[in-house]
Structure formats: structure tokens, C-alpha cells
Design a protein around this ligand. Structure first.
Ligand SMILES: Cc1cc2nc3c(=O)[nH]c(=O)nc-3n(C[C@H](O)[C@H](O)[C@H](O)COP(=O)(O)OP(=O)(O)OC[C@H]3O[C@@H](n4cnc5c(N)ncnc54)[C@H](O)[C@@H]3O)c2cc1C
Length: 371
């Protein structure tokens, strides 16, 4: 007897922090979606995410925000300091918090739970995306499916002839936590050191006495160096500091993949940027929002969606990638030209209120200069 073919709108390969949310967003729009992931539980990820205002709304609409277990910590102000300019740059929004800090694993847990509840997720299935037939008929766990559109969301290791092989690929991010005796007052910090950027963010914790840090560098940094760097910069604002022993190291891959007409790329599979601006995942949420709006406007069988989607997401991706990579390059190359470019940019942002406000609204996802 001929096997039944189950007809679906979307196959999402990779149900990580972006793929699982894309599955939920498309399912909510009444598309028939199936997501597959090669693992069932993602490794205990110790990282936190700075969720911007737009992404928070997105998680709220999916019913995930209210379920996140550890109370998210709002970011009400961001203070930027460096070794060249005497005064800090301060970013804040008069209307709402600029973002919130949550644990990656808690967002993923809730997203996957909701996917399983809606029966749109198959775990522990490693799909070979290089050998997908033209008719998009795929056998998964002995069932035959046919899909109209295939989405790749397998993270930063996807490599489709990327032509941007960035300088920042040499960086590693060191991620950890520290307790402190003074309230962090919901302020986030970015300190540009000669060895790389150090971000300190309020960590989910009900007493406001814990912070997380991300220190990215191409140098082989030892834990004691991080300890003294944090103490030197934060003793005054955070009081007595106690670093949590475990520090985790993540390689940084910086790239943008080329358009592949048979796939839609989401999240880090589309572009992977340096975490200095805390925007990688937020850009992935915008990918999902763009895809959902195109799926409303066009027939999803139409390949034009793939082209329009790529065109609409490319400019913003290139801009963020270039901006974050150039920042690191300039701060690490201490010649006169680099120093002058930094000083001019820094002064420009401090002196022009309008430019600063636009910068803040863009980082919050409240405006999109690239659409
Ligand atoms: C140190 C650090 C800090 C960061 N902080 C922030 C921040 O504050 N804010 C922010 O916006 N972004 C941040 N980012 C970026 C953010 O973490 C990523 O953009 C985001 O996690 C990417 O999600 P993704 O779903 O694209 O990839 P992933 O989360 O990596 O998911 C990929 C999934 O695909 C699955 N998979 C892979 N291959 C297959 C296959 N063949 N078949 C089936 N499944 C497969 C994997 O199992 C995995 O579950 C940070 C990044 C780093 C490194």
C-alpha cells in the first residue's frame, strides 16, 4: 500500500531559541508547521539574553513572557565607558525599559514546551538539509511529509559560502555571574577595554544583587584577570563583589550567509554577529516577524517570498555585523586614526540628542531604520 503523504506548509529545521519561536508564531497564524531538532534538551545554557522591547512584546503575544520562571530584570539605563573618552555615554528611554534580561534556557524551555503541547515539534531528529529532494517530500520517523517551504534555523554553524569572514571570529566570550552588596539599580554597562568589550547586566534575581558579565576578547583570558577587571570597574557602583567560580567560554562566529533560493534562513543561520551589542537573538525575532508578515501577503509556495525576505533582512544584518565588528576593531587597534574615529563617534552621540534617541529606539526594536 502506498504511504500517506502528510501535507504541511512549513518545515523548520532546528528548534533552538529562534526556530522553536518561529514554529509557534507560524502555528498561531494557522499555518501547518513542523519543527525538528537534533537534540531533545539543549545543553544547559548558562547565558542570559538581553531581550529588547520589541522581542518582549513578541514573547508576550506567544504567551511565553508570563511563564518565564526567574523574574526578568529590566534594563532602564545603559552606561558606556571606554579608555579614550573621559565621560560616559548614557542611553535611556523616557517611556519604557530598554530591555529585560532573562535566562536563555528558560525561554527555550517554555518555547519547546508549547511546541510539544501543540504537537509541532519532533526532537532527536538530525535532518540532512543538504539532501532535500526538489518535491520537498521528506520521511521523518517513518512518516512521509511534503512541505511547501523549508526554513533553516540550525544556528551559527551553517555555512553557505559566506563571503564575510570577520576579524571577530578570533574572539571568545567569557560568560559568568557575580554577587554584589549594592543594588545594581537596573543599569547595564559596556566597558571597552584594550583587550575587548566587557558587558555587565543585571541578572534575573529577586534581590537585585546579582549581575552577569560577557567579556569578549581574542586574548587567552584567565579567570583571575576577569575577577580583577570586574572588581576594578564595579567596586564603586556594585559594592563588595563575589565572582561565581564557573566561567563559560563561547567561540564567536561572525558571518552572513548567502541567499539560497530553496531555503529561508532564520536567526544565527542567516547572520551571526558579535555579542557586544546584545542583538543577535533580537535580530532573529525580527526575522520571524518579517517572515510572518510576508506569509500573510504572498502564497507561501511562491519562491518570491524567499527573495523578498532575504532582501528585507540583509541590510539590517550587514549593518549590525559591520557596526559590532568595527567597534571591536577600532578599540583593539590603538593607532591614531582608530582613536580619532572613536572620539568623533562618541562625541557625536553625546552631543546630538536626536541621534542618540534614534540609536536607542533602534536598539529597542521600536523603529526599524532598515525596512
Ligand atoms: C556570549 C553570547 C551572548 C549573547 N547575548 C545575547 C543577548 O544578550 N541578546 C541577543 O539578542 N543575542 C545574544 N546572543 C546571540 C544569541 O544567543 C543567538 O543569536 C541565538 O541564540 C541564536 O538562536 P538560533 O535559534 O539561531 O540558534 P541556536 O539557539 O544555536 O539553535 C540551533 C538549533 O538547531 C539544532 N540543529 C542544528 N543542526 C540541526 C539539524 N541538522 N537538524 C535538526 N536540528 C539541528 C540545534 O540542536 C539547536 O537546537 C549572544 C550570543 C553569545 C555567544
Amino acid at each position: 500500500m502506498k504511504k500517506k503523504i502528510h501535507k504541511y506548509d512549513f518545515l523548520i529545521i532546528g528548534a533552538g531559541l529562534i526556530g522553536s519561536l518561529a514554529a509557534l508564531a507560524l502555528h498561531k497564524k494557522k499555518f501547518k508547521v513542523l519543527a525538528v531538532d537534533k537534540v531533545s534538551k539543549n545543553r544547559q545554557d548558562k547565558r542570559t539574553l538581553a531581550v529588547n522591547a520589541n522581542s518582549k512584546d513578541f514573547l508576550t503575544q506567544l504567551g511565553i513572557w508570563s511563564k518565564i520562571k526567574s523574574k526578568p530584570q529590566s534594563i532602564n539605563k545603559i552606561i558606556i565607558k571606554d579608555y579614550l573618552n573621559p565621560n560616559p555615554l548614557i542611553f535611556e528611554d523616557k517611556i519604557e525599559p530598554m530591555g529585560n534580561v532573562v535566562f536563555n534556557r528558560e525561554v527555550l524551555f517554555e518555547a519547546k514546551k508549547l511546541c510539544s503541547k501543540n504537537k509541532i515539534l519532533i526532537s532527536e531528529f538530525n535532518l540532512d538539509y543538504n539532501n532535500i529532494p526538489k518535491n520537498k517530500i521528506i520521511t521523518i520517523r517513518e512518516k512521509k511529509y511534503q512541505f511547501k517551504k523549508i526554513i533553516l534555523s540550525i544556528g551559527k554553524n551553517l555555512n553557505f559560502n559566506t563571503n564575510i569572514d570577520s576579524y571577530n571570529n578570533q574572539h571568545f566570550s567569557h560568560v559568568g555571574f557575580f554577587y554584589h552588596s549594592k543594588n545594581h539599580k537596573n543599569i547595564a554597562y559596556e566597558i571597552f577595554t584594550k583587550n575587548g568589550p566587557l558587558a555587565v547586566l543585571p541578572s534575573p534575581d529577586k534581590n537585585n544583587l546579582m549581575s552577569t558579565f560577557i567579556y569578549s576578547s581574542k586574548k587567552d583570558i584567565k579567570n583571575y584577570e576577569i575577577n580583577s577587571l570586574i572588581k576594578k570597574n564595579f567596586n564603586l557602583s556594585h559594592g563588595k563583589i563575589n565572582l561565581v567560580k564557573d566561567i563559560f567560554k563561547y567561540p564567536i562566529i561572525v558571518k552572513i550567509n548567502k541567499l539560497k533560493s530553496n531555503f529561508i534562513l532564520l536567526g544565527d543561520s542567516f547572520r551571526s554577529i558579535h555579542p557586544v551589542a546584545g542583538q543577535g537573538w533580537n535580530l532573529g525575532i525580527k526575522d520571524i516577524q518579517t517572515l510572518c508578515s510576508l506569509a500573510d501577503q504572498f502564497s507561501i509556495e511562491d519562491n518570491i517570498i524567499n527573495d523578498i525576505y532575504f532582501a528585507r533582512r540583509f541590510l539590517e544584518s550587514v549593518t549590525y555585523l559591520s557596526f559590532t565588528s568595527s567597534l571591536n576593531f577600532l578599540y583593539e587597534n590603538t593607532n591614531l586614526i582608530s582613536k580619532n574615529i572613536i572620539r568623533i563617534g562618541y562625541q557625536g552621540l553625546s552631543n546630538f540628542k536626536i541621534a542618540k534617541n534614534i540609536f536607542v529606539k533602534q536598539a529597542m526594536g521600536r523603529i526599524n531604520l532598515f525596512d
